[in-house]
Design a protein around this ligand. Structure first.
Ligand code: HEM
Length: 503
């Protein structure tokens, strides 16, 4: 009744009680939300499922107003029973906007703020050189090598540990744990999935348990308790991801034979604390932020680089232009370093375009409003799930003409310098107070990896045994999931130039 008095943002018509259960998108939701925004001529749109209100923010203007200027009201996260059941609730990325989140985020910021991340340049250089060597040795496994690079770099930074082989158990854990994370943070798809139980099997149960939290009390053996059985299995993986590396790093620290890392730095701080409760609290936060960094960095960086390779296959002239810029700025005999960034705006533009063209998280992570609010005369009810449509913002033709085309030049002026009037794709990192705190580290790693791959190799479409060029489909995996992964594709890496890869 209360909602009826207020004018909600426009959106598809709703059925009583179930709302848009049957017409909410289940895959590539960002495209449907963008289409709704155009159809209803409104930059915010509304839909509702089982009583939960969803508001999708489709323009940079609305995102600035709601997530930035009104950040106090739009920085919460939705309630997630599944995060609790799977052990993901200790990641501050899913925590409610409150003291626990604030403490974790502050601690995280100490180790990943812009002025600190240069301390990780050496680690990133080692990881990228290793990537290049691995591609030379086993080029067909290039996708696996990229994942290995992203994981090994952050493992070293967070825990001071080294990954040796792609079979390392820790990489497997992280991949599985992130799949769970991706599913439990897909608010829209979860709710929509109720309508298609056969496709979504246990995800269907997630949906219901998040909409009706009382169901979390259903015993695991009871019919419909499949989500509990799944969650219990996944919790083992997520717990292991958080605890295994931390415990190993702590053991080395205690033995005095360790490599400096974020964990060991916090452990020395813990050692200086007097009170047992303070020590316990900091240790809890240390486990949380190191595990969160490890997991958050891996898939996002991997994805950004996979998208880059895809772009190089589909737009070979961009690759040629980038290599010309590299050769002109640093020659063709040494690998680029992060310190070369200012001299290589074209590479920065390629990185921006990768983040814009195929954002890793096209709907960011869901936010939630705390109190009733109003935007352009539309009512946004308290506790609405508010989705920032990163895809729509980064494919807005007014800001990025011909948005489907991969064109790094859009970020450059006639002299090849970065333009101040074309916004960098910051929305790829989310919004407001929840904006990705790992972005400075991510920019460095992605930049140096792109520059080094382009300096060392030509990425080309392979040719099969019959002489036919193998075209990448350019398609993306259907949901549900917050992360958008390309359908696996083949690429051939051919050595170029005289770049020496340090051994
Ligand atoms: C290209 C790489 C990356 C992309 C595209 C990316 C993107 C994002 C996005 C879209 C969000 C959600 C923001 C929101 O809720 O509005 C996020 C959150 C987060 N990211 Fe990243 N990220 C990247 C790399 C990293 C790295 C390397 C780390 C860690 C070192 C990291 C740590 C986090 C954390 C901890 C959060 C949760 C923040 C919070 O809820 O307060 N990310 N990221």
């Amino acid at each position: 009744q209360r909602l009826r008095k207020h004018k909600l943002p426009p959106g598809p018509s709703k059925l009583p009680f179930i709302g848009n259960l049957f017409n909410a998108p289940k895959s590539f939701e960002w495209l449907t939300y963008q289409a709704w925004s155009r159809e209803y001529n409104s930059d915010i749109v509304h839909f509702q499922i089982l009583g939960t209100n969803f508001v999708v923010v489709n323009s940079a203007e609305a995102a600035d107003e709601l997530f930035d200027r009104r950040s106090k009201n739009f920085s919460d996260r939705p309630e997630s029973q599944m995060a609790q059941l799977t052990g993901w609730s200790r990641a501050f990325g899913v925590m409610h906007y409150g003291d626990d989140w604030r403490t974790n985020r502050r601690l995280f910021h100490q180790y990943f703020r812009a002025s600190v991340v240069p301390a990780y340049h050496e680690s990133s250089a080692i990881a990228v050189q290793d990537l290049l060597r691995r591609i030379c040795d086993t080029p067909d496994l290039w996708m696996q090598h990229i994942r290995f690079m992203a994981g090994s770099n952050v493992l070293r930074v967070a825990y001071g540990m080294e990954l040796v082989s792609a079979e390392d158990h820790r990489l497997d854990i992280i991949e599985k744990a992130m799949k769970v994370f991706s599913m439990i943070t897909t608010a829209g798809a979860f709710l929509g999935a109720v309508a298609f139980p056969s496709c979504y099997s246990s995800i269907t149960d997630f949906t219901t348990v998040d909409s009706f939290p009382i169901l979390k009390h259903v015993p695991a053996w009871f019919p419909g308790g499949q989500f509990k059985r799944d969650a219990a299995k996944w919790k083992l993986i997520v717990d292991e991801m958080y605890m295994l590396m931390y415990s190993e790093a702590k053991e080395s620290f205690d033995s005095g034979n360790y490599k400096a890392s974020i964990t060991t730095e916090i452990l020395s701080k813990i050692g200086q604390l007097k009170g047992e409760s303070e020590r316990k609290a900091l240790e809890y936060n240390a486990v949380s932020i190191t595990g969160t960094a490890f997991s958050a960095a891996s898939d996002t960086i991997t994805l950004s680089l996979l998208n880059c390779v895809l772009a190089m296959l589909l737009y070979p002239h961009v690759q040629t232009a980038a290599q010309k810029a590299l050769d002109g700025a640093i020659g063709s005999e040494r690998l680029p370093e992060i310190a070369d960034k200012d001299a290589l705006p074209y590479i920065t533009a390629v990185m921006y375009e990768c983040l814009r063209w195929r954002p890793a998280l096209p709907l960011s992570l869901p936010h939630r409003s705390i109190a009733d609010d109003e935007y352009k005369g539309f009512h946004i009810p308290a506790r609405s799930i508010v989705l920032g449509n990163v895809w729509a913002i980064l494919h807005d033709p007014e800001r990025y003409p011909d948005p489907e085309t991969f064109a790094p030049e859009r970020f450059l002026d006639a002299d090849g310098a970065l333009r101040a009037d074309v916004p960098a794709p910051l929305s790829a990192f989310g919004f407001g107070r929840r904006i990705c705190p790992g972005r400075y580290f991510a920019y460095d790693v992605v930049w140096v990896a792109i520059a080094s791959l382009l300096a060392t190799f030509d990425a080309v479409k392979p040719v099969d045994e019959k002489g036919n060029v193998v075209e990448p489909s350019g398609e993306y995996m259907p949901g549900p999931g917050s992360f958008s992964f390309p359908v696996p594709f083949q690429a051939e890496f051919r050595r170029r130039g005289q770049v020496q890869i340090p051994v």
